[in-house]
Design a protein around this ligand. Sequence first.
Ligand code: CAA
Length: 384
Amino acid sequence: MFDLYQLSEEHKAIREAVREVCDAKVAPNAAHADETGEFPQVSLDALRASDFHAPHVPEEYGGAGADALATAIVIEEVARACASSSLIPAVNKLGTMPLLLSASAELKQRYLPKVAAGEGMFSYCLSEPEAGSDAAAMTTRAVRDEDHYVLNGVKRWITNAGVSEYYTVFAVTEPGVGAKGISAFVVEKADAGVSFGAPERKLGIKGSPTREVYLDNVRIPADRLIGAPGTGFATAMRTLDHTRVTIAAQAIGIAQGALDASLAYVKERRQFGKPIADFQGVQFMLADMGMRLTAARELTYAAAARSERDDADLTYYGAAAKCFASDVAMAITTDAVQLLGGYGYTKDFPLERMMRDAKITQIYEGTNQVQRIVMARQLLKGII
Ligand code: CAA
């Protein structure tokens, strides 16, 4: 993956190609998606047309076959233009990762080509109203009935719910045994008994719908079970090990967008007879922003390399990259608003949107407090 610790020509070319698409089609719609809360269909169409909507799907299923680093670069570049849109490739990876890790060959063959072809997106249903950080406390039930399972429950905070055609749903198949009694299933939007709550009214990523998913006696064929019964929680956790890297990528993309806008502004804005870029106080802020972003990007790419190899220390690296990069994104976007002063606080510039969008990266796919629990457990086990 790394050629003497630098990006390969192929990875650089992917960045250039996705940036071109995003500059032309994704960025111009970012403010509109934020202000209206409308799903950025124009982004989905543009990403689908250039095969960046689910780049991680392997070639054997008709996908682009991007490795974990290339996928991170795609998500980073989309987030630089529009964080809401970056959830298209990110959540497609999150939703399908349980299949890639654990599903039968037949189940993968049934669903992955549809995602690769852009026929439908895939969402991931783990959290519930009373089971957020404590994911194993879920109560959604899946009961076997001959050659079917019947699912009942409520899933909450589901990204792209309603827009996605397919859902990985985690449910309890054996009550009373905790994490070992949880199984994973594929549920389709078209299945009878599936419905959605009202869109959540959020601080940021407003163009990406977040809704509850209601499962009311949803009867699905038993062959939609992902892996063996009771392995769902381990699959959910291993999925997050991989996809926390993609949230880190999203965070560095948002931060890069904020730094780019800041650099452009400080060269133009004149006070006390010269561009504010000439003031050392401003330069020190820019240097700190750049330094933090560089460190976050290096950690994210190191985590992506581990994701690609499915290394044992990915659990630590995925958590560390997500935690560090999201804190950096929050700090950089906040400083960016400060650099623009009153202008940064208005919707005339994209910085206030970026600051609001950055906040979610410290919360979803596990709060940064949960990431610290994960990291500490790995350190104490001596894995790092
Ligand atoms: N890989 C594989 N298996 C794992 C694993 C991993 N990284 N971590 C845990 N497991 C398995 C193991 O089999 C483990 O059993 P053993 O210890 O016997 O091996 C079993 O799961 C239970 O693990 P824990 O005892 O560690 O479970 P826990 O109940 O203590 O939970 C936790 C640990 C880290 C707090 C976990 O619950 C967690 O990550 N919580 C946060 C949930 C989260 O990230 N939610 C995000 C939802 S998705 C989202 O946000 C996207 C969206 O659409 C908005």
